[in-house]
Design a protein around this ligand. Structure first.
Ligand SMILES: Nc1ncnc2c1ncn2[C@@H]1O[C@H](COP(=O)(O)OP(=O)(O)OP(=O)(O)O)[C@@H](O)[C@H]1O
Ligand SMILES: [Mg+2]
Length: 161
């Protein structure tokens, strides 16, 4: 578990860029945190770090639910905020994306968590990088990184900075 604090959106963007540069095909990033925590801001950095050119505008997929980009691998940016029922989540085609060779980033991953066992996720998700974000105050955010069974890589994911 690694904790990193950012003091403004630019620092969060830079953190995302560092992370994105170290992601490899098949990686799944699960984001947790309240409205305005900085999930989309971090994702914008991740996409840039993962090779998306900075002319591509990375918008929140709150309404589109799934955005796909082409970086060093395909990148899927998913936002589950608006999904309410089990059926809606099950019918999104998430399983195919998660287990593809893309990099997948999911906002509101709380919605994939089992109510009774928070360490268990839908679709048998096992290999993942969990990032829990907490709002310390207006502009300070704490990012807690917890990797589970990720594919080893060189250089290793951690230390991130
Ligand atoms: N350290 C920080 N890191 C990131 N964002 C910050 C920080 N400090 C302040 N902010 C502000 O917090 C907001 C974060 O917005 P963002 O859309 O990334 O959140 P989100 O977690 O995706 O929210 P949502 O649940 O609505 O999708 C922005 O308005 C940004 O300016
Ligand atoms: Mg968002």
């Amino acid at each position: 578990m690694t904790k990193i604090i950012t003091k403004n959106p630019e620092e969060t963007l830079q953190l995302g860029i560092k992370l994105g540069a170290k992601l490899i095909e098949g990686d799944l990033v699960l984001l947790f945190g309240d409205l305005g925590a900085g999930k989309t801001c971090l994702t914008q950095g991740i996409c840039l770090g993962a090779g998306l050119d900075n002319k591509t505008y990375i918008r929140s997929p709150t309404f589109t639910l799934i955005n796909e980009y082409q970086g060093k691998t395909p990148i899927f940016h998913i936002d589950l905020y608006r999904l309410e029922t089990e059926n809606e989540i099950n019918n999104l085609g998430l399983e195919e994306i998660i287990y593809s060779k893309a990099i997948t980033i999911i906002e509101w991953s709380e919605k994939l968590q089992s109510d009774k066992k928070p360490e268990e996720f839908k679709f048998g998700i096992h290999e993942r990088l969990e990032i829990h974000i907490s709002n310390e105050n207006e502009t300070t955010r704490e990012f807690t990184f917890s990797p589970f069974h990720l594919t080893p890589r060189t250089p290793p994911l951690f230390p991130l900075l």
